[in-house]
Design a protein around this ligand. Structure first.
Ligand code: 5GP
Ligand code: ZN
Length: 133
């Protein structure tokens, strides 16, 4: 997609610190890192959300994220993939963050607003979702 920043990075029209490239996947350092080693793994297929990307592109992503976690010697780390503006997605080309978590202050900070469990509602949801899987 001509106007997409990450498609331009894949093409080499915008420079990046490339860590890995195959037919289907590209990985590079994040330009505004949350911690040392923060990197992005992207499919070489333009799509905004996870659900827009073919499985054969997605299946190559996690092994590359794993290599990055190993190569940066991240003991603790988060893999993050945001879908939609309200879910903190800024760049509309699917990307997986690899974010080392070296200490409390650097890396990803997470709010985890758990909700009270209603087992009847949970079961109804389970039946609904499972039927579509
Ligand atoms: P999002 O919030 O969409 O999940 O994350 C987008 C990420 O892309 C951000 O962490 C941001 O720093 C990174 N980013 C945006 N533009 C560029 C760029 O031109 N080069 C690189 N290397 N990273 C970028
Ligand atoms: Zn793109």
């Amino acid at each position: 997609m001509a106007s997409c920043i990450f498609c331009k990075i894949i093409k080499g029209d915008i420079p990046s610190f490339k860590l890995f490239e195959s037919d289907k996947v590209f990985a590079f350092l994040d330009i505004q890192p949350l911690s040392r080693g923060h990197a992005l793994v992207i499919p070489k297929y333009h799509g905004e959300k996870l659900t827009d990307i073919p499985d054969d592109y997605l299946s190559e992503v996690l092994p590359v994220a794993k290599k990055i976690a190993q190569a940066t010697n991240a003991g603790a780390y988060n893999i993050l993939q945001n879908n939609g503006t309200i879910a903190h997605q800024v760049v509309p080309h699917v990307h997986f963050h690899v974010i080392p978590k070296p200490n409390e202050t650097e890396g990803l900070g997470i709010g985890w607003p758990t909700q009270a469990t209603d087992m009847d509602k949970l079961k109804a949801l389970y039946e609904e979702v499972k039927a579509k899987m």
